[in-house]
Design a protein around this ligand. Structure first.
Ligand code: HSE
Length: 399
């Protein structure tokens, strides 16, 4: 029997408002909003005042509220809200990827201890139903890889820079105005946001509890006009990809810009869209595409979680029970493009093999093979005058 749910919402920003409208338009869902807790008392809001409160207790201590929707920005405040809600026996829906990634183990334990679910489909790739698919559909298939474009803002920026010759800054401002970017956009641009999503996916795909600090991310902030020119000449686009691949009992995971050619599904993923490629031993190669940022696409995923709660759905974290000896590893060979102006910034000995070298007055680059474990500690990683891009076939040896 499905239930009539009473909702308490924390946050009424892009996602909160998106969810509210999606909820309004969806007649079939058995859920109603009781209260919305917001931070700033004096903001103009599009709903009657009676909906709003500034006291979290009005939701957390309210016995009528059975589902807490956590849609605020601050991950630590969000974790406090979410853990209190779970301890009080209230189900939770959240879209807060950093909070979920940072606290995956605690959230897992709280759900077990208090026998109450937390769902977070909206935290990964917004409208793409990837978590529930990994949990339910790819329940027993032997997954070998999950990778794709997990961040809408950076994909929007790269699209505008490539297709419309906009400047990086102009495209970022647009992504912010459209409500795609994080409040601190360095989380998007630096590949952190995509990494949090990847960490959540690593759990539901492979059963790993991973600390985000242990996963490598390299962003798009150093991409220059020269890099874009090289990409165009070689028939590539640059996409920020999040990658995870299982090789034996090792899982390799990273967020890195990648040259993709037109043979890749990711080539056609543009603007705020995300794309996820899933590879399994028996299901083989599959591709999901959908809007990865914005109030409505995220709101639709949150709504789907609310709907799932009406029939008592919860994540079972099935993969965590299926595997025992998997571990995160950085022992693979990658082929990368490395651009720099000053050769003293680069140590060629880091490379196993140099495949191509280009030297001009202002720009030089190397394309070469390097072990990922060497790359993660390379001295040039932190230099703003160097840029690294994974080659389009840069991890092909591991397929
Ligand atoms: N800032 C995020 C993005 C929002 O651009 O993908 C959706 O998680």
């Amino acid at each position: 029997m499905s239930k009539n749910l009473k909702l308490g919402i924390f946050g009424f920003g892009v996602v909160g408002q998106g969810l509210y409208h999606v909820l309004e338009e969806t007649k079939g869902i058995k859920a109603e909003v009781l209260k919305i807790c917001v931070k700033h008392p004096n903001k103009k809001r599009p709903l009657p005042e009676r909906y709003f409160t500034f006291q979290k207790e009005d939701i957390l201590e309210n016995p009528e509220v059975d589902v807490v929707l956590e849609l605020i920005d601050d991950p630590e405040a969000a974790f406090q809200i979410v853990s209190t809600a779970l301890k009080k026996g209230k189900a939770v829906v959240t879209a807060n990827k950093k909070m979920v990634a940072d606290h995956m183990t605690e959230l897992y334990d709280l759900q077990k201890k208090y026998n109450v679910p937390i769902l977070y489909e909206g935290a990964c790739c917004a409208s793409i139903p990837i978590i529930r698919n990994l949990e339910e559909y790819y329940d027993n298939d032997l997954l070998s890889a999950v990778e794709g474009i997990f961040n809408g803002s950076t994909n929007y920026i790269l699209t505008k820079v490539f297709a419309e010759q906009k400047s990086f800054g102009e495209a970022l401002t647009e992504a912010q105005e459209l409500g795609y970017a994080e409040t601190d956009p360095t989380l998007d641009v630096g590949g952190f946001d995509a990494k949090y999503k990847l960490c959540i996916i690593l759990n539901h795909a492979f059963g790993l509890f991973v600390n985000p600090d242990d996963v490598f991310n390299y962003g798009i902030q150093n991409i220059s006009e020269f890099d874009i020119k090289i990409a165009r000449e070689k028939g590539y686009k640059i996409k920020l990809v999040a990658k995870s691949r299982k090789i034996g009992n090792r899982v390799v995971a990273m967020v890195i810009p990648k040259f993709v050619n037109e043979k890749s599904e990711l080539f056609k993923v543009e603007n705020e869209y995300n794309g996820v490629i899933v590879e399994g031993a028996f299901s083989e190669h599959q591709f999901f595409i959908g809007k990865g940022a914005g109030g409505y696409p995220t709101g639709s995923a949150v709504l789907s979680d609310i709907s799932a709660l009406t029939y008592n759905y919860k994540y079972e974290y099935k993969k965590t029970k299926q595997v025992s000896n998997l571990e995160l590893s950085s022992d693979i060979e990658l082929t990368i493009y490395l651009r720099f102006d000053d050769p003293s910034l680069i140590d060629k000995d880091d490379f196993i093999k140099i495949l191509e070298e280009y030297k001009a007055l202002e720009n030089q680059y190397i394309i070469g093979k390097i072990n990922f474990s060497k790359l993660v500690s390379a001295k040039w990683l932190s230099s703003p005058k160097v840029n690294m891009i994974l080659m389009h076939n840069g991890d092909e040896n591991h397929r």
